[in-house]
Design a protein around this ligand. Sequence first.
Ligand code: ATP
Ligand code: MG
Ligand code: MG
Length: 550
Amino acid sequence: KPSGSTNFIKDIINEDLKMGKNNNRVHTRFPPEPNGYLHIGHAKSICLNFGLALEYGGLCNLRFDDTNPSKEEVEYVDSIQMDVKWLGFDWDHRLFYASDYFEQLYNYAEQLIKAGKAYVCDLSPGEIREYRGTLTEPGKDSPYRSRSAEENLDLFKRMRAGEFPDGSRVLRAKIDMSSPNLNMRDPVLYRIMRATHHRTGDAWCIYPMYDYAHPLSDAIEGVTHSICTCEFEDHRPLYDWTLRELNIESPPVQIEFARLNLTRTVMSKRKLRKLVEEGHVRGWDDPRMPTISGLRRRGYTPEAIKDFCERIGVAKANSMVNIAMLEHCIREDLNFKARRVMAVLRPLKVVIDNYPEDRVELLEAGYNSENPELGSRQVPFSRVLYIERDDFMEDPPKKFFRLAPGREVRLKHAYIIKCQSVVKDENTGEILEVHCTFDPETKSGMSADARKVKGTLHWVSAPHALRAEIRLYDYLFHKENPDEDEDFKTSINPDSLEVLSSWVEPDLARAGAGSRYQFLRQGYFSVDPDSTGSNPVFNRIVSLKDSWAK
Ligand code: ATP
Ligand code: MG
Ligand code: MG
């Protein structure tokens, strides 16, 4: 029984169940080609396929669609499994490789040949294209179309045996060269290609095409609903033709949905690979990448990504989702979960002149006022502090509620301070120190806070603070849609990474790899894997300001 919100795919499944199709089984699959790392678009497909299986008490396979050895690598196979697991989905023992079916797929091809439904064609790739015609012009029959089944069978066997050079012959389906659908004009089913496959090695020199291998892989695995993105809609007749001509019983049904597009990024593995190979980012898991591994490294949680996929829903029409919505989801997730601590990203020294030089107070500070269960820590307070450079102005406008000469602010978890004077560099005029006095009657949580001040600043105690490397990220592209340009790299943002040397409160010495915090007034941060004991590194996941209109 389905729960939660509905969509057109669930409508189809509900109808199938009502009609008693497939013995009331729901069986989906997520079929990545291992030619790159998974991205947030794949997460949508993963959530959809595994989500449907969970919801209907069905099954979902993880299948590597590894029929094109020239682009596929074991590194990608491993990363894909890691990413699916991290998202929280479990394929149990249902992990498959299309390459495991090569023998079966070959046998099916012989069956098509014997039935007069496939033939070996000696046209060159260019000639095949030429003969195919266009949307407005019908195609022409290949001169090899009328070969006998015996001759085709013999040639196909010899293709497999390696008697012919790469690209010299193909196996084609015999369908209809005047079909209005170009995919039905005798599509290629097999090509000759000498390439070492990451699993089958050099056992094969012919490889099946996606449109042939996919429906049969689905059928072999007992998949009932084969969900893919809309660009395959025109391939559905071929999907159905393949299953029909081979008399597959209870054939799987292909259903298309709109792929996810996100603003300010690109989402094709080919383009993402370019960014990696050309050094625009540091790797597939660079925190600026829309890959699952990049989002993980950035500090995104599986929950936020799944929530995002749920919110965007499933539809038929392509659209562009604003990346602000993804950011909204991680803020929502971390708002309660994350400890809130203090870090001064761009420090300015503050000296509290009336605070004793040798005194250190440990102030009790709750981690998250909205979630007291997270507990508290002690924050050292002393005579010399750092505040954010932006939080001080020598000559501020009226509406500036932070620190300025003669003005008061509250230091979070501590006291109200008042600025008395500044020390400047004699040559440059740069402000080196701000001198203040504190009011001992205003300790946070102690007095009845008779005096109200508008601004509350975060700070750290200079002698106690830890140095930390802070990485701030901007979008990889200036443009909402980088794909608008002929070359998507035209709108690359050269300043998408800013590295700061900052001060964080000593409590963060215990921040373990991958842990996430809110740095007060600065955003959510996570510990990067580059982090070491002597050089902690934090990534800004997202700032606090939410531009997503709910
Ligand atoms: P890309 O074009 O980004 O390289 P792909 O479609 O070639 O992606 P596959 O490895 O074949 O990548 O994808 C595995 C599954 O994920 C397919 O079912 C595909 O339809 C789905 N998928 C890929 N990109 C998206 C996306 N942007 N939104 C939703 N689903 C996607
Ligand atoms: Mg694909
Ligand atoms: Mg692709």
